[in-house]
Design a protein around this ligand. Structure first.
Ligand code: BGC
Length: 371
């Protein structure tokens, strides 16, 4: 009885609030160098927001959003074709990163007395899951297309076998990327393993709210709901401490222009902001707020994760991207939600070890508006 009542009430709610957002696809996007077909999906909502995804790297290739005058522009870096995504111009643009996003010191960690060695792809460290079979480099399977949460989207899945890229255990990963009529782009991750193994997934979208290919993001305003950050050495490995941001150039607890104090970091290994912030507990409501004063576009980030990596595109080098646009130094900002870096070697940081029988979960919502 109660169940039927619930269905009746729930049914009415569903009927009175239909989802206008739609998903189109799959459509062919091209082929990888080894001949694997890559497909693309398009998510659209009633406000003219258009998001594009590809199966290569379960990546977001475009996020088109209106400015305060209603003019729509794509606000993330990307490429027109598979060759662009497979080239060395691609610095993880929009893709799903793992098995362990961010750096692992010297590409080594020990688990239950056994040492594991990973690729050193960012001298002298391991970065973003490895070289050939990191999650950004593989073509994911489409598992489901349709209604997801409050919107519509695509569920991608991928199985990484035991030992791939040096990591222990076989893992099964799912990523759901969906758009709703409130302009919320939601990314949800889940992973399971058959052996103890580290997992830390993220999305590596590069945002410029004035439009991808525009000038630097130094004029963007940024707020981070974080009283502490992770100080790093010159190779960007955590020192092991968590420092207070108060009174330092790292403080974004109140909205600040990204460019106001960044120059003090130009002579460091990071060449700008490339630091993980420890989110305050209330960050489940709002972790970050990014605003472009010219277009009025605003993006908020909410997450259930302990950290957010602020990376101001300090290694972009003027490469050509989508529509022939040039992506110059510091012309985009990444806000990557996830665990703290090098957690496998940092006893004081929250553990990222996933055990058999457990499920890794992570949610991140990028929401867009204009003012
Ligand atoms: C890292 C940067 C790196 C970039 C692209 C970011 O997540 O923090 O140091 O250059 O990814 O690889």
């Amino acid at each position: 009885m109660l169940a039927r009542l619930f269905i009746a009430v729930f049914g009415v709610i569903l009927m009175t609030s239909p989802i206008a957002a739609q998903v189109e696809g799959p459509k062919p996007f091209g082929k990888t160098a080894d001949g694997t077909a890559v497909e693309t999906y398009t998510l659209k909502n009633k406000n003219g927001v258009i998001v594009k995804l590809i199966t290569l790297g379960a990546a977001i290739t475009e996020i088109n959003v209106p400015d305060r005058a209603g003019k729509v522009a794509n606000v993330v870096l990307g490429f027109d074709d598979v060759a662009g995504y497979q080239s060395d111009r691609n610095q993880y643009f929009g893709c799903t990163v793992g098995r362990v996003a961010n750096r692992i010191a010297k590409g080594k960690f020990t688990l239950d007395g056994k040492e594991y060695k990973l690729a050193i792809n960012n001298e002298p460290n391991h970065l973003h899951g490895g070289i050939k079979k990191s999650l950004d480099k593989v073509v994911w399977k489409k598992e489901y297309v349709g209604k997801i949460g409050t919107g519509v989207g695509v569920q991608f899945s991928h199985r990484s076998p035991d030992g791939e890229e040096g990591y222990p255990g076989k893992i099964d990963v799912d990523v759901w990327i969906s758009l709703d009529d409130e302009n919320r782009l939601e990314i949800r991750y889940a992973a399971e393993t058959n052996m103890k193994t580290p997992v830390n997934l993220t999305n590596h979208s590069y945002f410029n709210l004035a439009g991808a290919g525009a000038d630097t993001v130094l004029d963007h305003g940024l707020m981070l709901n974080a009283d502490r950050y992770v100080p790093v050495d010159k190779t960007l490995i955590p020192t092991g401490k968590l420092d207070a941001v108060k009174g330092t150039i790292m403080d974004f607890t109140k909205p600040m222009r990204i460019g106001d104090r960044i120059e003090k970091l130009y002579d460091t290994g990071a060449k700008g902001y490339d630091h993980c912030y420890v989110l305050n507990k209330a960050a489940t409501r709002l972790a970050a707020r990014l605003r472009d004063p010219k277009s009025g576009r605003v993006m908020t980030v909410t997450t259930d994760q302990p950290g957010i990596q602020l990376y101001t595109g300090n290694f972009l080098f003027g490469q050509k991207g989508k529509d022939g646009k040039e992506y110059k130094l510091r012309s985009a900002v990444c806000l990557e939600t996830g665990a703290l870096p090098d957690a496998v070697n940092q006893p004081a940081f929250p553990s990222i070890i996933l055990r058999p029988g457990e499920t890794y979960r992570h949610a991140c919502i990028y929401a867009f508006s204009a003012e």
